[in-house]
Design a protein around this ligand. Structure first.
Ligand code: G6P
Length: 484
C-alpha cells in the first residue's frame, strides 16, 4: 500500500538533498525541459519517490534561477534558489572545499573560511524551511549528505512533529581529523536533530559516535546518543551503518539488452580488439585515485610488462566541480600524465590510455562495463563507490574482474569477490592489475558469482526501505556490530 499522501496537508515523505533529481535543460528552440539527472544519489532514491509520490526539495544546479514547484518523472520537485555568491560560498566553498576534503582524509587541504560557514548556515536554514513547508503532520523527512548537516536540528525546531532521518553518503572522518573543523560542535548538534543518523560503514558510525563523545557534552549508549528534547526530557538519536547500493536488477537488465551488447562489441573493436581492456569510470575527483591508477598502468607499459597492442586502459572522467581549485589542478595533472604516457609508448593504431573527459548516458556506461575485462576502482577514500557495484551488475556472463581499493565503503561488502588493493602501493597495485588481467576463468567465475549475489540481493530498494523503517520506528534493524 502507498505510504504517502499528496493531500493539501503536505507530503508524508520528503527528501531533502542539495540537488534536485532532475536537470534543467534548454533546447535549441528555447523551450526548457527537466531531465533525470545522472549520479548515485538520484539512481538510489528516484525509484522510491516514484513509487511513493513523495516530494523532493533541492537546488536545480544553476545560480539565481527561480522555479515554481513542478512534477517530473513522477516526483514532486520543490526547488531551492541559490544566488551566485551562495553557490560560491556554500556549494563550491564550504561543501566542496572544506567538508569534502576534510571528510576524505584531508587528501587535499581543507580551507576554513568564516564567510563560507555563514553562508552554509543560511542555506541550510533555507532548505530546512522549504522542507518544513511541504511535510505533512507527523511525516518523515529524509535529509541527504554533507551539504545539509545543519538541516536536521533546524527542522526539528520548526517542526517537532516530524520523524527525521539523515544519511551521510561520504565517509565520516576520524575525530582526530574532524576536530580541525572550527564549527565542529555546531555540525554535530545539527546532525543530532535527526532521529536516525545513517552512514555507509560501521566505521563511519563509530567515528561519529567518538566525535560526539569527545567534542560535545552528550553521552552515548552503544549506538545511541542521548539528547535533551523540547519538553525537558530526553530522546535518543540512533547512529548506524546502511550501505547504499544501486538499482541492480535494472542495470543488469540494461546490460543484457541486444543494443548494449552490440555496443560493447563495437567498443572492443574500436579499441583494436585488444586481449584485455581495463576500465576506470569516475567523477574527475582527487579522492578517486585516478593518477595512481594511470601511473601504475604507465609503468606496466614502460617496463614492458604489458604490450599496448594487447592491453588497453580506458579512463572515463566525468567533469565535476570545475570552479574549485583542487579540481582544476587535478585535471591538469591527470591530463599531463595521460599525454606523457601516450606520447612515450603509443604507436600508429595503438594508444595506451584512452582518456575521455565527458559524462555518458547509462547505456554507454553499461556497454563499457560489458566490454571491460578488468574494472579498476582505486579510490584513496570513498564513501561507498557505486561504479564497483554497477560493473558487477553488468556482468551477467559471470566473467570480469573487479580491482577494488580497501579505502572504499564497497570493500566492506565485496572483499570476498574483488581483488583488494592499496592504491598508494604502486608496486602492489601493478601486481594486482596483472593478476586481474591473467586470472583463470574458473577463479573469475567463482569470484564474480559471489559479487553478483551480494549486489543483486542488496539493492537500493532494500537500502531505502531498511533506512526508512528504522526512521519510522517500525524496525530496529541496522548494523549491530557497534553493540559490543
Ligand atoms: C557525491 C556526493 C553527492 C553529490 C555527488 C556529485 O556522490 O556524495 O552528494 O551530489 O557526489 O557531486 P556534485 O557536487 O556535482 O553534486
Amino acid at each position: 500500500a502507498p505510504t504517502t499522501s499528496t493531500t493539501d496537508d503536505g507530503y508524508d515523505l520528503v527528501v531533502v538533498a542539495n540537488r534536485l533529481p532532475v536537470d534543467h535543460t534548454v533546447q535549441p528552440d528555447g523551450t526548457t525541459t527537466w531531465r533525470r539527472a545522472p549520479g548515485g544519489l538520484v539512481t538510489a532514491i528516484a525509484p522510491l519517490m516514484e513509487a511513493d509520490e513523495g516530494a523532493w526539495v533541492g537546488w536545480a544546479g544553476a545560480a539565481d534561477v527561480e522555479h515554481e514547484p513542478f512534477d517530473a518523472s513522477g516526483i514532486r520537485c520543490v526547488p531551492v534558489t541559490l544566488s551566485a555568491g551562495e553557490v560560491e560560498r556554500y556549494y563550491e566553498g564550504f561543501s566542496n572545499d572544506t567538508l569534502w576534503p576534510l571528510y576524505h582524509d584531508v587528501i587535499a587541504p581543507p580551507k576554513y573560511h568564516r564567510a563560507w560557514w555563514d553562508t552554509y548556515q543560511e542555506v541550510n536554514e533555507r532548505f530546512a524551511r522549504a522542507a518544513a513547508d511541504v511535510a505533512a503532520p507527523g511525516g518523515v523527512v529524509w535529509v541527504q549528505d554533507y551539504q545539509l548537516q545543519l538541516v536536521p536540528a533546524i527542522l526539528r525546531r520548526l517542526r517537532p512533529d516530524l520523524r527525521i532521518g539523515f544519511f551521510n553518503h561520504i565517509p565520516f572522518p576520524p575525530v582526530e581529523l574532524f576536530a580541525q573543523l572550527p564549527w565542529r560542535s555546531q555540525v554535530l548538534e545539527g546532525l543530532l536533530g535527526a532521529d536516525v543518523v545513517g552512514f555507509q560503514r560501521t566505521a563511519d558510525a563509530a567515528n561519529f559516535l567518538r566525535a560526539v563523545r569527545r567534542l560535545t557534552a552528550r553521552t552515548t549508549r552503544r549506538h545511541h546518543v542521548v539528547v535533551p528534547d523540547a519538553d525537558g526530557g530526553t530522546r535518543e538519536v540512533r547512529a548506524g551503518a546502511f550501505p547504499i547500493s544501486i538499482d541492480a536488477s535494472s542495470f543488469d537488465a540494461l546490460a543484457r539488452t541486444p543494443e548494449v551488447q552490440a555496443r560493447a562489441r563495437e567498443i572492443r573493436h574500436e579499441l583494436g580488439d585488444p586481449e584485455v581492456i581495463m576500465l576506470g569510470v569516475d567523477r574527475l575527483d582527487y579522492t578517486k585515485g585516478i593518477r595512481h591508477r594511470i601511473k601504475a598502468f604507465g609503468e606496466l607499459v614502460e617496463d614492458g610488462t604489458v604490450d599496448v597492442s594487447s592491453v588497453t586502459l580506458v579512463q572515463v572522467a566525468s567533469p565535476s566541480r570545475e570552479n574549485v581549485g583542487a579540481y582544476m589542478q587535478l585535471r591538469e595533472e591527470v591530463e599531463g600524465l595521460v599525454g606523457r604516457i601516450n606520447g612515450e609508448v603509443a604507436d600508429f593504431g595503438h594508444t595506451a590510455v584512452h582518456y575521455m573527459h565527458h559524462s555518458y548516458p547509462a547505456e554507454e556506461m553499461a556497454a563499457l562495463c560489458c566490454a571491460a575485462d578488468v574494472m579498476l576502482v582505486t579510490s584513496l577514500r570513498d564513501g561507498m563507490n557505486l561504479v564497483a557495484k554497477e560493473y558487477v551488475a553488468a556482468r551477467s556472463d559471470e566473467s570480469g574482474v573487479l580491482v577494488l581499493s580497501e579505502f572504499t565503503g564497497a570493500a566492506d561488502e565485496l572483499a570476498r569477490g574483488a581483488l583488494l588493493c592499496n592504491p598508494h602501493d604502486i608496486d602492489g597495485l601493478k601486481a594486482t592489475m596483472m593478476r586481474a588481467a591473467s586470472m583463470p576463468r574458473r577463479e573469475m567465475r567463482t569470484r564474480m558469482r559471489r559479487l553478483r549475489k551480494q549486489v543483486l540481493e542488496n539493492d537500493v530498494a532494500l537500502w531505502s526501505r531498511t533506512f526508512l523503517d528504522v526512521v519510522r520506528g517500525t524496525s530496529t534493524h541496522a548494523d549491530t556490530s557497534l553493540e559490543e
